[in-house]
Write a protein of this length. Structure first.
Length: 608
């Protein structure tokens, strides 16, 4: 949520900042603004709505001349979307400007204190208190003022700060909100995420908690909050800049759906060696794996759904009990973590606030944590004891597709490795699974070739008000993700249910013409699921079924069938999700929705 971009260098800052902010639109926002030093003073322009409004007001940045500036896209938390509440915020004399991602939790007592000191507030935000506190503590030394403010604020923040008296410098600091610093031949950058600056540089520094960055055009320094200089290693981002562009596709989401064969192959191939699975990053001995008594998986949203899939796969294949928690509930239910338990946290961004908090809670209790993330250098990647990276590349669309699929295959590999070591599958079974795993990218390519059929079917349900997804076992886990994809981007009300629960209330919602998407990929549950299909058909439902190629019996019970290539039942979700993603996409396109940036949603949920 929220996006920050700052620039100091040889180019005009405003166009660079606007360009960077456009690469962060996927993070979710409702207003935007910039502060630029024009050689004499800090000029600020803000606008409610899409970034295009700010671009038009400033004529692409030309009305804000200057080579030093900071910009922001805001997701409203404290105060409604308005020009007054938009960032940047300044002190009264407009000599200090601040952009902020995060939440200052103790801003009310701090605001009261500043008001007692005579400061007048013009917004409802928590951020404005930072600008006034910087003004209060500033005596010519920006680092000292920043240090004093940081010792008094509580919460999460990534800050970009400008001082008019220091027109050659940007200051930035972070705590629990993502922030990177970049260096090019033409200048230096701050940003919330790598895509914002990929056009200009691949050389970045990952700012860690309670570190202050001081950026000049040709020099970057880092300090602790006690103003002690520290040395950081520069990282070269190996993403191709084109990977963060649409590449001729109408939407990022469609592009990322089509990238799944490649990204899945990129995730599994380096870890298959000599017909074995080698996960060097796991950091566990065979003895530790054999000693495991329970696994806790903690995640949010789609990552939680991959955890649900993993629960079914691990418990059946490895015979270890698995608990799956929504990260926002994990800490507050005071979970019982037993000895010889393992905690796995899953996040695309590696910055998800609730998941990060669950990681820290687990470590505070003395448990090692394995992270499965997509972003190298992210907070979870740094703080987890061990990391399995999903090599999905930059995912721009808010609704995850390829990162979700890469998380699935990472969990499959983990399950297979554990099962082999613990002896719950033999070598013949392992090699059979390995063959199925390797075939997934090609099978997904085949399914993508059916997009025309899915599009045609989706066009029939553009006007749908309610859609239900049902399945049993692993099919229930994929139903959850299929339903979420649809509601995220099309705003159609949809729900996922374990098919066996239909008679316990849900079936009362089925009426003539209601679309029910039935998942039937598990051979041992075919007949049970067909019975559930017959139940909803009897109430007037129109049924779209997804099933294996050998399940021809389902045609008699369903109205429309999508057949999936043959694979291990353990891996069926990786195939079933493809038509579900395409269905959601084409319903959303048919409704005219903003597919890549759905309303009220953000790519990285970095606040609770």
């Amino acid at each position: 949520m929220c996006g920050i971009v700052g620039y100091i260098g040889k180019q005009q800052a405003a166009p660079v900042i606007l360009d960077g902010l456009s690469k962060l639109e996927y993070r979710g926002y409702d207003s935007a603004g910039m502060a630029i030093y024009d050689g004499e003073k800090i000029q600020t322009t803000k606008a409610v709505g899409r970034l295009k409004v700010l671009e038009n007001i400033t004529r692409g940045g030309s009305t804000l001349p200057g080579t030093l500036g900071i910009g922001h896209t805001r997701w409203a938390t404290h105060g409604a979307p308005s020009d007054a509440n938009s960032h940047p915020h300044t002190n009264t004399s407009r000599t200090i400007a601040v952009v902020h991602n995060g939440i200052i939790e103790n801003y009310i007592p701090l605001k009261n204190k500043m008001q007692e000191r005579g400061y007048v507030f013009t917004s409802e935000t928590d951020t404005e208190v930072v600008a006034h506190m910087l003004d209060y503590y500033y005596q010519g030394n920006p680092l000292e003022a920043i240090r004093k403010v940081l010792h008094r604020v509580e919460g999460s923040y990534a800050l970009g700060i400008m001082f008019a008296e220091h027109p050659d410098t940007i200051f930035s600091v972070r705590k629990d909100s993502p922030l990177i610093v970049g260096q090019s031949q033409d200048g230096a950058f701050i940003a919330s995420d790598v895509p914002a600056i990929l056009k200009y540089t691949r050389n970045v520094y990952y700012v860690q908690n309670m570190e202050i960055a001081q950026l000049k055009a040709d020099e970057i320094k880092f300090f602790t909050v006690d103003e002690e200089e520290i040395h950081k290693e520069m990282v070269t981002v190996d993403w191709d800049a084109e990977a963060a562009e649409k590449g001729g596709y109408e939407h990022f989401m469609l592009k990322e759906i089509y990238e799944q064969p490649k990204t899945i192959n990129d995730t599994i191939s380096p870890r298959i060696k000599d017909n074995d699975i080698v996960i060097e990053e796991l950091g566990m001995t065979d003895e530790e794996i054999k000693a495991l008594r329970r696994i806790h998986i903690v995640a949010c949203g789609s990552a939680y759904h991959t955890g649900m899939t993993a629960k079914y796969v691990i418990e059946k294949m490895v015979r270890i009990p698995v608990e799956v928690d929504v990260a926002s509930e994990f800490r507050y239910r005071d979970p019982i973590l037993e000895e010889d338990s393992m905690v796995i946290v899953i996040s695309q961004s590696g910055e998800t606030a609730d998941t990060l908090a669950a990681l820290r809670e687990s470590k505070a209790r003395g448990f090692k944590v394995l992270g499965i993330v997509n972003v190298v250098g992210s907070s979870i990647a740094r703080e987890a004891d061990n990391i399995i990276y999903t090599w999905a590349g930059p995912e721009i669309s808010v609704a995850t597709t390829k990162a979700y699929s890469c998380q699935l295959v990472a969990l499959y590999m983990l399950s297979m490795k554990f099962a082999k070591i613990r002896g719950t599958i033999d070598e013949e079974q392992f090699q059979s699974l390995l063959g199925d795993l390797r075939r997934l990218p090609d099978q997904i390519e085949r399914l993508l070739g059916q997009k025309g059929k899915i599009q045609k079917f989706a066009n029939r349900y553009v006007g749908a008000k309610d859609i239900f997804f049902i399945g049993r076992g692993l099919d229930y886990a994929i139903s959850l993700e299929g339903s979420l994809k649809l509601k995220e981007i099309s705003y159609v009300h949809s729900e996922a249910y374990a098919a066996g629960e239909l008679k316990h209330g849900t079936i009362s919602l089925i009426e003539d013409g209601t679309l029910v998407v039935a998942l039937a990929t598990q051979p041992h549950l075919y007949q049970k699921t067909i019975s559930n299909i017959v139940e909803v058909k009897a109430r007037g439902a129109f049924v779209m079924a997804l099933t294996g190629e050998d399940n021809k019996a389902i045609e008699k019970a369903s109205d429309y069938v999508v057949y999936l290539p043959e694979t291990s039942p353990y891996f069926a979700n990786s195939l079933a999700i493809i038509p579900l993603q395409l269905f959601a996409y084409y319903v959303a396109v048919g409704k005219g929705c903003d597919v890549d940036k759905p309303r009220n949603l953000a790519k990285s949920v970095t606040v609770e």
